[in-house]
Design a protein around this ligand. Sequence first.
Ligand code: ADP
Length: 584
Amino acid sequence: MKSVDLIKPYFVENYLKIILGLLSLIVVDLLQLLIPRVIKRVVDGLTAFQITTGELLRYALVIGFIALMMGVFRYVWRRCLLGTSRRVEEGLRNTLFSHIQTLSTSYFDRAKTGDLMAHATNDIQQVRMAAGMGLVAFNDAVVMGAAAIGFMLYINVRLTLFVLIPMPLIVIGTRFFSRKMHRRYQDVQAAFSDVTEAARERFSGIRVIKAYNLEENESGRVEELSRDYIRRNLRLIKITGPFAPMMMLFSNISLAIVLFLGGRETITFNITPGDFVAFISYLGLLTWPMMAMGWVTNLIQRGRASLDRLKSILRNRPEIVESKKAASVERSKGGLVFQEISFAYPSSNGPSPSVIVDIDVSLEAGKVLGIIGPPGSGKTTLLNLIPRLYDVGKGRILLDGRDIREIRLRDLRAQIAFVPQEPFLFARTIRENIAFGLQSVDEIDLSRAVENAALRDTIKGFSHGLDTLVGERGVMLSGGQKQRIALARGLLVDRPILILDDPISQVDFETGAMIVNTLRSLTGSRTLIIASHRLSAVRFADHIITLEHGRIVESGVHQALMEKGGYYATTHRLQEIEEGMDVF
Ligand code: ADP
């Protein structure tokens, strides 16, 4: 598939509009070229003293009518052509966004959000410009340029040839300047996004900045970026500034030629004074097509380069793919088996170390698996493998006896409620965050989820209750409150498997105990997988595994692990002291 194929469908879909737009554009061009013909008549009439007031009024009305028609047709072409280019923009943006969403988690580990945003804005804009103004400039360069020259030749061939001498300078000059302008404009854009990004980041991190008294430092950094932005703007002005005067100079050289040579032709009666004035008008009309000729190649080149870049993003295939033979699963029982699984994060520079090594665990439906281990031991990674955010490197994960890679991806994920370690809240209300993605929510279910996530009292404390806005990424809430909203979200959706990544890491002992009670009450109805560094969250589990460097180093139920006297037992004793202190 070639890059242009990306935008072809929009042209095919809107071909009638494009034809109508181009025809209207041609009509506007031709109407514009009629005006000098009318002026010629008036001037010739005036210079021969052979024109009546009635005729003058008629000509004035003709000019008025032409202007009106030009307005109407200009509106039509703008709507049709620029409208189509907006449609191209919209289509490309939707395609890009939906495609990026299909890419696997590992793609987002590598790609920078800023770069993706730049593609979604700058590149799409360049394609829109090429598809809209590119077409207009091309049409004007060809149709208006040719017609204006045609009319001029009709008046006087020799004069036209002389006048055209400086015209290539306008074409070349525009091409040169517009290329430079574009480059510098890109620089300005980049500097602008640096300033806004720096300000955005500092507003997000304002609490840290204040806590460390870094306001002046950070203001200084933003000021520095602002200065850079101004500096680049001045560089742009150095190019945009001389552009218009330069073009004016070239067209005035032509004007000088017309005045001298055309004036001579008029004196010698080779052309009439009307022709002389009309010629000057045509010359004025010719400047834009000449500039358009220089501009259009740049527009098309930039559009193509941007389209190529978008194409290369769209060429990225998701690493997590659905097998053609993938089976549909309505509602699974929730039995899970990890069969000798190993995993290493994909890396661009050579093989990376295994983060999960030979994990072998079997969990019946409705049972609880607890995963513990020091930070970095692979707990989160193991959880991420279940909904296939990443695929295992070796071994298999079975859901009710079937390899999860043989289940349709949507169906697999629909079996799982996932409460991540770092909850992500959207800048909406608490209610919307809990019911995120659900079409309709039963109030009773919602309040049960709130109760079970130990959120009731917290929400009561807010004047707007469930309709309290949480602010950007939930800044209005404490870490523990955010965590419990994410938990309520996971409890609200009734899925056979509930995965919780460190669910009580940010709440106090008492709230933690309430949450653990809720989790206990779920046993039997859902398969629960809980990773936690707080052992009280997994104490009641049917099976507990301790990970170290991605390997299971001990496993069993609470009592058995306590008797073993390993990591579990030691940590348990330490945390008991800690929690005991928490009570006082
Ligand atoms: P835990 O949840 O036990 O704290 P993680 O599963 O988060 O441990 O991390 C296990 C190891 O994998 C760590 O060494 C961590 O640096 C690495 N890791 C985690 N996420 C990524 C990632 N997206 N890309 C590369 N390495 C990662």
